[in-house]
Design a protein around this ligand. Structure first.
Ligand code: FDA
Length: 536
């Protein structure tokens, strides 16, 4: 035999090996790696070949804009049942260079928890739907809640134990605790108790090395960063939260006014009182174009004033008559209820809905409508002429396809220092604005029309909102204000533009924490905080 050439069996072995390498899918290697760590793990892995892959993926896509055939899909969906599964997922993803997108409730405005803007990215979705245990401890007024639980599940669990305890987080029941608290999380209690992230006292996180950390073992820097600093420092498994007192009876009210009913003057006046009202009052004003109730085939602008008062109607009406008589609030505009029921009220449920409706994880805020949101902060009242221009913008789109949502600030929000946690929007803000567009039409052309309209509205708002930086709310993720590369490759300088909008001066501390805990930038997405090594 000619020993200068490899023997036949060796050639065959090489060929098989090569074939194996070239034909093997990344997920097969990833699966083998997972099985190596836990032989039963495949039952919680859904590949594209699995018949429930699509329904599982779609079940918590909360923005139908990212539920099209063109939307980049994950290689697989992984639904851990215990923390060790997450440790294995991190180890195997790192070994096989598969990016992880973590999904709790799936409400990311830009779909980053289950998709990407980069069609060539190999990624998996780590869906925390099975990790949603909640333990409420009334004597200590605290609760441990896992990240895959929804706000509705949390509020229901608290209400089951006490009518006079609550948690100051968001107002839509299906929002997930994982993403929500990581980005801040505001709701009807913000003027009294701050935001969700202000009320976290401990957390359980799996870091990039697969270690399970609590507040003591992660240290105060990382604990600071995960409370509102975005969500790419590690995977949050659970939050320990401080529950806050609420009266057994609260009052929810809705007053609507059209332009013909002095909406312009009332909204204008609202700005001068809303951040100075007692901390027991929260206001949200929704501005949009509606069919004119008194003129056929015509539209008008409607301002819907939704408020929550921590107390009964008897206390509310005289107070509002004294401080904001322009609204003309009447008893018939208001309903008394428990705080947990007020969540259903603001989410648009009928008044007699059972509290169990909070547990429904299938409800959709927009139905089949796609949406995009942007955000702003208002520090000086917008003049009447400014609102008149907004009305013109709203009239450009169809009835209820675009709008603004104003949420009152002041109170406790002004007392918390900007650097207390990464969420920096505190003293000096009268209210937060969300500019939003909804559409049901399919296709790129229709989407572009609405997106351009929204961008035009945002442009129009420039003189009336915060500047240097133009502040934005991280939980209303908006890739228009800047982003990393498609695969999430960060660039410190580029990230600084959108980073300072979301986090103001806290951005640099977030970069330092990221550099310390995830220097190779494993946890990343199109708007993740980059480590300092990315400085170019
Ligand atoms: P999702 O699962 O999509 O996660 C959002 C981001 O967090 C993604 O980047 C994801 O990877 C990451 N992430 C998720 N879980 C994580 C974990 N365990 N560890 C690390 N990273 C994690 N906001 C508000 O303040 N008040 C409100 O009232 C509302 N209401 C509201 C209604 C509706 C209909 C929508 C669509 C959105 C809101 N929001 C809101 C915004 C909401 O707070 C924001 O979209 C949250 O990030 C959603 O968190 P989810 O876990 O549901 O989203």
């Amino acid at each position: 035999m000619d020993t200068a050439h490899p023997s036949f069996p060796i050639l065959v072995a090489l060929f098989v090996l090569l074939l194996g390498v070239t034909s093997s899918q990344p997920y097969e290697e990833f699966l083998q790696c997972l099985e190596f760590h836990d032989s039963n793990i495949t039952s919680i892995v859904y590949t594209r070949a699995n018949s429930s892959f699509s329904s599982l993926l779609e079940s918590s896509i909360r923005n139908p804009r990212f539920d099209t055939s063109a939307t980049p899909k994950p290689l697989l969906i992984f639904t851990p049942r215990q923390i060790s599964h997450i440790e294995s997922a991190i180890r195997c993803s790192r070994a096989h260079r598969i990016q992880i997108r973590v999904r709790s409730g799936g409400h990311d405005y830009e779909g980053l928890s289950y998709s990407t803007i980069s069609p060539s990215l190999t990624f998996l979705v780590l869906d925390l739907r099975n990790l949603r245990a909640i333990q409420v401890d009334v004597p200590s007024k605290t609760a441990w809640a896992q990240a895959g639980a929804t706000l509705g599940e949390l509020y229901y669990a608290i209400a089951a134990e006490s009518r006079t305890l609550a948690f100051p987080a968001g107002m839509w029941p299906t929002v997930g605790l994982g993403g929500h608290i990581s980005g801040g999380g505001y709701g009807s209690l913000l003027r009294k108790h701050g935001i969700a992230a202000d009320n976290v006292v401990d957390a359980q996180v799996v870091d990039v090395e697969g270690r399970i950390l609590d507040r003591a073992s992660m240290g105060e820097d990382l604990f600071w960063a995960i409370r509102g600093g975005g969500n790419t420092f590690g995977i949050v498994i659970a939050w320990k939260i401080k529950l806050v007192p609420v009266p057994a009876t609260v009052t929810a009210c809705t007053v609507t006014r059209t332009l013909e009913q002095n909406a312009t003057e009332i909204v204008h006046r609202w700005q001068y009182v809303v951040d100075k009202l007692p901390n027991d009052v929260f206001f949200m004003v929704v501005l949009n174009s509606v069919a004119n109730p008194v003129q056929a085939n015509a539209t008008t602008i409607q301002a819907s004033f939704n408020s929550l008062y921590l107390g009964g109607i008897e206390g509310l009406i005289p107070m509002m008559d004294a401080k904001f008589p322009d609204l003309g609030l009447r008893r018939e505009n208001c309903v008394e209820m428990s705080w947990a029921k007020s969540i259903l009220y603001f989410a648009g449920f009928p008044l007699n809905s059972p509290l169990e409706s909070l547990l429904d994880r299938t409800i959709s805020a927009t139905g089949s409508a796609k949406f995009k949101g942007k955000s702003d902060y208002v520090k000086e009242p917008i003049p009447i002429s400014g609102f008149e221009g907004i009305w013109e913008k709203l009239k450009e789109v169809g009835v209820q396809t675009g709008g603004l949502i104003l949420a009152s600030y002041g109170g406790k929000m002004s007392e918390i220092p900007e650097s207390s946690i990464p969420f920096p929007h505190r003293a000096g803000n009268i209210y937060q604005v969300e500019e939003v567009a909804f559409w049901v039409e399919d296709g790129v052309e229709a989407a572009d029309g609405y997106l351009n309209w929204l961008r035009g509205l945002y442009e129009y708002m420039t003189p009336y909102v915060s500047k240097n930086p133009r502040e934005a709310y991280a939980n209303y993720r908006d890739l228009d204000i800047g982003r990393n590369g498609g695969g999430g490759e960060g660039d410190y300088r580029r990230a600084r533009s959108w980073g300072s909008s979301y986090y103001k001066n806290n951005f640099d501390r977030l970069v330092r924490v990221k550099t310390a805990v995830d220097p190779a930038n494993f946890f990343r997405n199109e708007q993740s905080i980059p480590p300092l090594s990315s400085w170019r």
